[in-house]
Design a protein around this ligand. Structure first.
Ligand code: FMN
Length: 280
């Protein structure tokens, strides 16, 4: 057996893989100060993969009605310095693209042909997310909708890089967390051709984005859909694979006070506009 074959054998051996996964795990755990047990407590049965965090099972009811969330939603670009909680992150991710039907794995956001060409990444800043067991390690995570978990792809606080790629929009730097939504156009284009590529994928994105806005509002958090950024810059910061295009960055943070409009203000607005004669 030559040296190359021996090397291949070692690389493929279960022992090597165990050692390698322990090394990766040690690195990931350096970034994850939350204990796996603490995180799994609310997350149900199953075994988390290396660097994977099971999120708390999302709540299916809340304190704010959809009407109130719609009326109080605004793009928010100023956040408090405090972190968001792991439960809030869980809820936001579920609202974005989580499972709401278990036979086919349908999601909270509609998708043409139920193809779901979007992926959601989470950029966590240092101390940006607080769980029962402490702060979640800063890094880039990917949301796994069917497991309702996030998996660490890259450790470290990459917010500055993301902010630079986002044409220095300061809310990207200041938010404790940002979601980055990417698209795999081919998935939809394979079924729907050009119409899928230029229309459906972006319609899907809009649904996801609005879900994030409304869920954030209902939790007393703020977000803004950021579409202006350098694609390659975001690709590099996240280490995106080929075939994935970043479409939205959605910083999420706690707000001092939610926007509010009264019914009287709204009535007065409509009344004023109704008094203007319609152009023929
Ligand atoms: C496709 C799209 C791209 C956007 N890009 C940015 C952006 O790069 N930066 C930003 O601060 N806001 C961005 N926004 C937010 C808009 O500025 C905001 O929705 C608009 O001013 C209306 O305000 P509202 O969301 O509070 O109703 C974007 C919104 C959409 C839908």
């Amino acid at each position: 057996m030559n040296r190359r074959n021996i090397l291949m054998l070692v690389l493929l051996s279960p022992l090597y893989r165990l050692i390698a996964s322990l090394v990766v795990a040690a690195g990931a755990l350096g970034a994850l100060s939350l204990t796996a047990a603490g995180v799994r407590k609310g997350g149900g049965a199953g075994k988390a993969a290396v660097g994977e965090i099971f999120l708390p099972i999302p709540s299916l009811s809340g304190a704010m009605s959809v009407e109130e969330a719609l009326s109080r939603r605004r793009s928010v670009r100023k956040y408090l310095k405090s972190p968001i909680t792991l439960s809030e992150l869980s809820q936001i991710l579920w609202a974005a693209y989580g499972i709401s039907e278990t036979k086919w794995g349908l999601r909270t956001a509609p998708s043409a042909g139920a193809i779901y060409p979007l992926n959601v990444y989470v950029v966590v800043g240092e101390g940006g997310v607080l769980g029962d067991g402490g702060a979640l390690g800063a890094g880039v995570y990917r949301y796994l909708p069917h497991r309702h978990s996030i998996i660490l792809l890259k450790g470290g606080d990459v917010r500055r890089g993301l902010y630079e790629a986002a044409l220095r929009q300061i809310w990207v730097l200041e938010a404790p967390v940002s979601l980055v939504v990417t698209a795999q156009y081919e998935k939809t284009a394979r079924v729907y051709g050009e119409r899928g590529r230029v229309r459906y994928v972006h319609m899907d994105l809009g649904h996801l984005g609005q879900n994030v806005y409304l869920q954030a509002t209902a939790l007393g958090l703020g977000t803004v859909a950021v579409g202006a950024f350098d694609d390659d810059g975001v690709r590099e910061v996240l280490g995106l694979p080929d075939g994935e295009t970043p479409l939205y960055i959605m910083p999420v943070g706690r707000v001092a006070r939610l926007y509010r409009i009264s019914r009287e203000e709204l009535a007065e607005y409509y009344s004023r506009n109704r008094s203007i004669p319609l152009a023929p």
